[in-house]
Write a protein that binds this ligand. Structure first.
Ligand code: GLN
Length: 474
């Protein structure tokens, strides 16, 4: 075996487990040892779990019996805002430092049923708000490609854990890009499924109309395996959808790729732009068609997102008041209790968004801000639906630049701009993927960059086809 077990993909590990060249215990030990060795430097995990001997043994038995699902015995990392019964789920916040989950998220229940193992819970921006993992209450995660740089966010811990081979694959959540952007900055495949494809039951809510759980993986095939394992309608989440809710165009081997060139003229680093153009040219020579499209409202997507998302954040986090559960501080009056608990429990970025969200929902401003942004959401969706009349997927670079340095985007607006190409898929509910397209150099370090594709609702299959095509072209 040339690769160490923790360096394998899901597919490779599953195959070696079945040919008896690898045992579940060996695979677990390799991941756990790598996690213990590398985590002090990377801070990818907030907690590395002890080996679950009975889960390891029963996974091995199922594999021996010959009818185990592909994920059986595969060690995964789980973002700290997804509940695993009996484990702390803090959303990287001081507010939930001691909150222990009393039930499994639906995705965790499904993974347990498939026989998957959990290496630990991964670091993130507090309550998933951020693009760098610098907003964690427990210190930032470092990018394995250059530890002076961020791994992206908010699922930066999951991304670093997979990229550094401290697990085989991971789950993240994506409200405005939090799976796809860290995937791009750490050389991984990251999928944000169609809204409603994956149950949110047991995911700590950020923006409920935008949030989706999805995979961060080393390959497109691995992302598909994880996605297939976690998807499906769930009575515990009324926003989950049946498989055939949308009439989906059958994905063919050759796709029409829509490129909104007018949106890429400014703001994208020259070498990232060059990598994007080269990747598209390779796809074209592999037989895919490039189609020019226009998405004029996309220019306003980021503004709409940063009105709608904080509005939902302010509502979702209202329950963390120091009385019901979470960090509790006591003052002289009940109002003091609320103020103290929330001021101590929440970090600066979280408080900024609660204030923003409360403002845009307040009676004098709801028409001017919230309702306008909500209307923009409908326009964006129609614009994409029209674009999909002439193409199967829409392509963008995932980010305008590779991983940035710690502190480089301390101004909130510059951090928000990191999400410019990713938020639209959350606003429209459409599925989107980031796949590695190339590397660029910064200060002597080689850094990965990703290409991003959006597909119509429930057309994940088209994303897998185009993402695999990018992998083959590289
Ligand atoms: N970076 C975006 C934000 O800060 C997206 C976060 C996410 O997808 N959870 O809101």
């Amino acid at each position: 075996m040339s690769k160490r077990p923790n360096e394998l993909t899901i597919e490779e590990a599953a195959s070696l487990l079945r040919t008896r060249e690898l045992t579940v215990r060996e695979l677990w030990d390799a991941c756990a040892a790598a996690a213990e060795a590398r985590n002090p430097e990377l801070n990818a995990y907030l907690e590395i779990f002890d080996a679950d001997d009975s889960a390891i043994a029963s996974a091995q038995e199922r594999i021996n019996a010959g009818d185990a699902p592909l994920l059986c015995g595969i060690p995964l990392a789980i973002k700290d805002n997804i509940l695993i019964e009996g484990h702390i789920a803090s959303a990287a916040s001081k507010m939930l430092e001691n909150y222990r989950a009393t039930y499994d998220a639906t995705v965790i229940r499904k993974l347990k049923e498939a026989g998957a193992l959990f290496v630990g819970r991964t670091n993130m921006d507090e309550f998933a708000m951020g693009s760098s993992t610098e907003h964690s209450a427990y210190g930032p995660t470092r990018n394995p490609y250059d530890t002076a740089r961020v791994p992206g966010g908010s699922s930066g811990g999951s991304a670093a854990a997979v990229a550094a081979h401290l697990c085989i694959a991971a789950l993240g959540t994506d409200t405005g890009g939090s799976i796809r952007q860290p995937a791009a900055l750490t050389g991984l495949v990251g999928l944000k499924p169609t809204y409603g494809a994956v149950s949110r039951s047991g995911a700590i809510a950020m923006g409920s109309s935008l949030d989706q759980i999805g995979p961060l993986a080393k390959t497109t095939d691995d992302a598909r395996i994880l996605y297939d394992a976690i998807r499906g309608i769930d009575p515990l989440d009324s926003t989950t959808i049946p498989d055939d809710l949308y009439p989906v165009r059958v994905a063919t081997e050759k796709l029409a790729i829509g490129v909104p060139r007018h949106l890429l003229e400014t703001g994208v680093d020259a070498d990232v732009r060059a990598a994007f153009d080269a990747t598209l040219a390779e796809l074209e020579s592999a037989g895919h068609a490039l189609v020019d499209i226009e998405l004029p409202t996309s220019l306003h997507a980021l503004a709409a997102y940063y009105v709608l998302m904080p509005a939902e954040v302010s509502a979702n986090l209202a329950r963390l008041d120091g009385i019901r559960y979470g960090h509790a501080a006591r003052g002289k009056t009940l109002l003091d209790d609320y103020l103290l608990s929330r001021t101590e429990g929440f970090g600066e970025e979280t408080r900024r968004r609660i204030l923003l969200g409360t403002f845009v929902l307040s009676s004098g401003y709801i028409d001017a801000y919230y309702r306008k942004a909500d209307a923009a959401r409908g326009v964006l969706r129609r614009e994409y639906e029209e674009a999909f009349e002439s193409c199967d997927v829409v392509a963008f670079p995932t980010t305008t630049s590779p991983a940035f340095l710690f502190g480089e985007k301390s101004d909130p607006i510059s951090m928000y701009l990191e999400d410019i190409f990713t938020v639209t898929a959350n606003l429209t509910g459409m599925p989107a993927v980031s796949v590695p397209m190339d590397t660029v150099e910064r200060e002597g370090k080689i850094l990965p960059v990703g290409i991003h594709f959006t597909a119509p609702h429930q057309a994940e299959q088209s994303l897998f086809v185009v993402a695999s095509a990018v992998e083959k072209a590289r």
